[in-house]
Design a binder for this molecule. Structure first.
Ligand code: NAD
Ligand code: DEZ
Length: 388
């Protein structure tokens, strides 16, 4: 119906080909043309032949081979932060427009790390306040994480030579030696295979050997930032506390490593529904600018599925246990960990867990009602992502 209306209104009838895991894309883009949805990692040759706008996730390799099959392609969008699956040079050579979704799921990643750390701390009876955290990569996800962990009372420092060398100020920079000594190390860098700021195997045998067994290492960036063979060897000899969302060689992970991880998930740190919808919005805006669409943007608020959850009431002191309770009620991370161990061991299971991922809402989607709060407590809760 909307499509017919678009044709009648004289809007350009464009062919969109969209990954099925980009929520609300069909609803948003079908006003502009014909939307075909594809599933799996690579779209079919038949679909590509007619496509003018291709919207993908990180699992689709947009390379020379794909481009050869898509002679009508004008624009590629990826609903992700990471872009290493897209051959930018090839797009430029063919004059194809491009957009990604920087920052779209940064809060989701921040909440993932917050929840994972609180879950582990409750399980092991650790007090997190006062412990030192090293955030490696002070970009969108790194800052979103650091903000939350400092609101827990942790001492957060950042390691980001590219930013530091440009003279950009993060709250407090650390040296690499300080990173390796922090109680918690959380990785938030893009995967870079070469160059001065190479991040592939940023942590390999040598670096892992310098860590003590009470340290927590978190990877929610890209699997290959840690050499997984070296990590497995380290875990077999003298285990660290590991929280892994991303794995080298996804979707086929190094199976024995799974048993050596404290919390394991199938690359879903950025999978809050809020984050995914924000990415769709960003791609819509990018397309709208690129093609100079005249129609008003969709009403995202109306399209977003409603979260029918009750508000939380806060009448106790804000201690770690209470915060962990809310964080885990909102995002039951142990459920993801269990499913990962049951089904994530092979490539098919890993992909299926991601494809069938249930809607997860960010903390901001719920309301926290508090009777009495000091200004400081209010600020801390807001920094943690609560909606007061
Ligand atoms: N697990 C998930 O679901 C998930 C979700 C979002 C993003 N990611 C991954 O996390 C990466 C980071 O995301 P972001 O939004 O924070 O990106 P960003 O571009 O905002 O920030 C990345 C930061 O890393 C810094 N950096 C680059 N090379 C570095 C190096 N060698 N050492 C230290 N710092 C370095 C950059 O200067 C930049 O400040 C993405 O590229 C993506 O691969 C994963
Ligand atoms: O780079 C990103 O934005 C994240 O890693 C994102 O969550 C990846 O999700 P995918 O595209 O693999 O579904």
């Amino acid at each position: 119906m909307q499509f017919r209306q678009a044709v009648q209104n004289g809007a350009g009838v464009m062919n969109f080909l969209v990954d099925e895991n980009i929520p609300l894309a069909h609803e948003a883009f079908n006003v502009q043309g014909r939307v075909t949805v594809f599933s799996g990692r690579q779209p079919s040759i038949q679909d590509l032949a007619e496509t003018e706008v291709l919207l993908v996730r990180s699992v689709t390799q947009v390379n020379q081979q794909l481009l050869q099959q898509a002679s009508k392609l004008k624009f590629v969008g990826t609903a992700t932060i990471g872009t290493e699956h897209v051959d930018m040079e090839a797009l430029q050579q063919r004059g194809i427009g491009f957009a990604s979704a920087p920052g779209a799921n940064a809060d989701s990643v921040g909440e993932y790390v917050l929840t994972a750390l609180l879950a582990l701390a409750e399980q092991q009876s650790w007090q997190l306040a006062g412990r030192r955290v090293a955030i490696v990569g002070a970009g969108n996800t790194g800052i979103a994480t650091g903000k939350r962990l400092s609101a827990l009372g942790m001492q957060v420092g950042y390691y980001d030579p590219p930013l530091q060398e440009q003279g950009k100020q993060a709250a407090s920079y650390m040296t690499w030696a300080e990173v390796l000594q922090a109680d918690v190390i959380s990785l938030h860098v893009p995967l870079q295979n070469n160059g001065r700021y190479k991040t592939r195997h940023l942590l390999a045998h040598k670096e892992l050997a310098q860590l003590g067994s009470s340290q927590v290492l978190i990877n929610a960036s890209r699997g290959a930032v840690i050499n997984n063979q070296a990590l497995l060897q380290r875990q077999q000899e003298k285990p660290l506390w590991l929280i892994l969302d991303v794995w080298e060689g996804e979707p086929q992970i190094l199976q024995p490593l799974l048993e050596k991880v404290a919390i394991a998930t199938p690359h879903i740190a950025g999978y809050s529904l809020n984050g995914k919808v924000r990415a769709t919005q960003m791609l819509y805006q990018a397309c709208s600018r690129y093609f100079a669409w005249q129609q008003a943007a969709p009403d995202w608020q109306k399209l977003m599925p409603d979260l029918r959850a009750e508000s939380w009431h806060c009448d106790s002191t804000l201690n770690q246990q209470q915060l962990a309770h809310w964080a885990l009620e909102n995002y039951p991370i142990w459920r993801d960990d269990r499913k990962m161990r049951e089904r994530g061991v092979d490539a098919q299971g890993f992909d299926a867990l991601r494809k069938e991922y249930p809607p997860r809402y960010e903390l901001m989607s719920r309301h926290l009602e508090c009777d009495r709060l000091s200004d400081d407590e209010r600020e801390r809760l807001q920094q943690l992502g609560f909606n007061l």
